[in-house]
Write a protein that binds this ligand. Structure first.
Ligand code: NAD
Length: 257
């Protein structure tokens, strides 16, 4: 709640994975939820009491249309979770295809930019707001074989710190969450791809990732969502411009190329 008013929360790529966990966490505290996703089938499975729209987060016309609808229906927006992201290609830099690089940067970084660009005027007009960007521990360290993903996730942190400076005087905070490897189908796909690339097993790759954290583990989407909820809460009211890892403390990311 904001004062005695329900929070209005938009989550991009909110029909599955981390975005869905964020939507559920905010719904649990009574917020109004609007999720977008590129996948119409996934959108059909979300809570019918939520607003939902099929939107490609990297498409400027689609994002502009979305925010027009939000303004018309909600009149404003309290929290935006710019969460859309794709893993992109798994390859050494010399083998990295330019089209795969561009697509990865478009969804992860340009998608975050478009969300911030459209949310800013709505939040400025109401004199408050909270932007939460989903980066990654790949935005805190080098990430072998994943150059476009890592570059985009570092870029999100630069974007977040800049909008925090620009919008802070208007009562708007911006932060990024950097999840470590999250249990679920997405990381399973990454593990399989890397195992194939390196000629080893999925379990060996899993161990490599997990052993780089102090807690020797992957994290769960609900833990990332709990951080988003904290950042948007009264308790987080002076937290801005931060890239916060939810990763079981990655001290030494898997160095094996
Ligand atoms: P996921 O693969 O489960 O995908 C979540 C959703 O994104 C899907 O429903 C998919 O349809 C949607 N999506 C894909 N492209 C889209 C687009 N162009 N526009 C709108 N929606 C689109 O992923 P996830 O694990 O939930 O990841 C969510 C965010 O968290 C991403 O930004 C990802 O990079 C980041 N992240 C994930 C992990 C992890 O281990 N899973 C770790 C760190 C950061």
């Amino acid at each position: 709640m904001v004062g005695d008013v329900k929070k209005r929360v938009l989550i991009t790529a909110g029909a599955s994975g981390i975005g869905l966990a964020m939507a559920k966490a905010f719904a649990d505290e009574g917020a109004d939820i609007w999720v977008t996703d590129i996948d119409p089938n996934a959108l059909k499975t979300v809570d019918p009491s939520w607003r939902s729209s099929q939107i490609d987060a990297s498409s400027e016309p689609e994002m502009i249309a979305l925010f027009k609808d939000i303004k018309a229906e909600w009149g404003g927006l309290d929290v935006v979770c710019a969460n859309a992201g794709i893993a992109g290609p798994t390859a050494l830099i010399e083998d990295m295809p330019l089209d795969g690089w561009r697509q990865c940067v478009a969804v992860n970084l340009e998608g975050a930019f478009l969300a911030a660009k459209s949310a800013a005027p709505l939040m400025k007009a109401q004199g408050r707001g909270c932007m939460i960007f989903t980066s990654s521990t790949a935005g805190l360290y080098g990430y072998p074989n994943r150059s476009p993903y890592s570059a985009a996730k570092w870029g999100i942190i630069g974007l977040m710190k800049t909008v925090a400076m620009e919008l802070g005087p208007f009562g708007i905070r911006a932060n990024a969450i950097c999840p470590g490897s999250v249990e679920g189908p997405r990381m399973e796909r990454v593990l399989e791809k890397e195992a194939a690339l390196k000629g080893t097993t999925r379990d060996a790759i899993y161990e490599g990732y997990a052993s780089g954290t102090s807690m020797r583990t992957f994290v769960e989407a609900k833990d990332v969502a709990a951080m988003a909820r904290f950042l948007a809460s009264e308790g987080g009211r002076y937290v801005s411009g931060q890239a916060i890892a939810v990763d079981g403390h990655t001290e030494n990311p898997d160095p094996k190329v």
